[in-house]
Design a protein around this ligand. Structure first.
Ligand code: ATP
Length: 363
């Protein structure tokens, strides 16, 4: 077997710097209108996002549908061209690279999509599907590819004779293992997992997560997990970025996010998770109703993007766009309540009733 096919090849990653460094990444989708189809606006799906992922770490992005998670994941994997910003992968900024220049990095960065029933070609046999990336990257002879497919199928607990089956003969959990086998067959350094368990029955979700964790340790992989499901990422992520309208609202390690959430949006997301055993839980979120729907990313509100739905908003929130600031070591938050130069008087009024009372008092 040629060396670059071997799953046990030693990583040659850049010493001590994170495997992935994203800086000020922006992805806008242009909107065209009128007879001349001129650009009339843009969907601001990702707006100036920055984060690092250390080698071997799992970083998760969570947020409601439409907040830009998939766009961010696909842009970091360079399946989409960024509007601006840097994506440093293993020391190289891959953001400005052309398709041809990207070819040498493609093998190292793989993406697993949420719905295996649509991402696996129903007319191809499982063996061929898993071997696809080897063919695309021109790796190994036919016999070597077959050997590698069998090896990787074994690693994800798929029986070898499944090679001859078609995807629709497999269960959802088995199909998702085919999808992960296809990603792993080229021994990538970095795998983006977009809603990895959303198409799976609850009964097999935990098993699939354990498999991902085992593979990560065994094969020295770095994960970017995308999910709307905070309880899922709690179990798999080392660090979490909470995303809202194309921006990070809070970034910290998984334990701390659940123990000490700072941003009101994070509080609302946590409050939506049912507490199974309150005696076991360190943080019991108070019930907060999430008001309304997220705003249109083509027409974002002024000020803090979350202020129209925030239960802790203050007057300045509809004017001032807060920065992402480091509130504690390794715990950043975007919220005026945590910015040093705010007007303390304003911050006393944190509820709708108090705000109304304050206006009444002022007139
Ligand atoms: N190709 C595209 N062209 C124009 N707008 C797009 C395109 N893809 C996504 N969008 C818009 O960009 C915004 C972010 O979408 P994205 O799919 O990245 O969010 P998401 O958080 O992954 O949502 P979901 O969980 O529903 O997939 C949404 O408003 C979406 O409608």
């Amino acid at each position: 077997m040629s060396e670059n096919v071997s799953a046990d090849a030693t990583r040659e990653s850049t010493e001590s710097s994170p495997l992935v460094q994203v800086r000020d990444l922006t992805k806008h989708y242009p909107i065209h209108g009128g007879i001349l189809k001129r650009q009339t606006g843009a969907v601001r799906a990702v707006n100036g996002v920055s984060f690092d992922i250390e080698a071997g770490e799992t970083f998760a992005i969570v947020g409601e549908s439409g907040c830009g998670k998939t766009t961010l994941g696909k842009t970091v994997a360079r399946l989409l061209e960024p509007t601006s910003g840097e994506i440093r992968f293993d020391g190289t900024d891959i953001a400005p690279l052309s398709k041809r220049q990207l070819k040498s990095h493609r093998k190292d960065i793989q993406v697993v999509y949420q719905d295996p029933s649509s991402s696996l070609n129903p007319r191809r046999r499982i063996g061929k599907i898993i071997a696809e990336p080897l063919v695309v990257h021109d790796i190994g002879t036919k016999a070597e590819r077959r050997e590698r497919v069998v090896e990787v199928m074994e690693r994800v607990d798929l029986p070898e004779d499944f090679r001859h089956r078609y995807p629709n003969a497999l269960s959802g959990g088995q199909q998702q293992r085919v999808a992960i086998a296809r990603a792993l067959v080229v021994n990538p350094k970095f795998v983006v997992l977009d809603e990895p368990t959303s198409a799976l029955d609850v009964s097999v979700q935990a098993k699939f997560i354990s498999l991902l964790e085992e593979l990560q340790v065994e094969l020295d992989i770095t994960y970017l997990v995308i999910s709307h499901n905070l309880s899922l990422v709690k179990n798999i992520a080392d660090r979490i970025g909470v995303m809202y309208l194309g921006e990070f609202m809070e970034v910290t390690d998984s334990d701390r996010l659940f123990r000490d959430p700072l941003n009101p949006y994070t509080e609302q997301l946590l409050s939506a998770i049912p507490v199974v055993d309150s005696a076991e839980s360190e943080y019991i979120p108070k019930k907060i109703d999430i008001e309304g729907e997220p705003p249109d990313p083509a027409d974002p509100p002024a000020g803090c993007p979350f202020h129209p739905r925030c239960h802790r908003r203050v007057d300045a929130c509809d004017e001032v766009h807060p920065d992402l600031v480091e509130e504690d070591p390794d715990h950043t938050v975007r919220c005026l309540l945590y910015e040093g130069d705010h007007d303390e008087e304003v911050l006393e009024y944190t509820t709708e009733e108090e705000r109304t009372q304050r206006r009444t008092d002022a007139t």
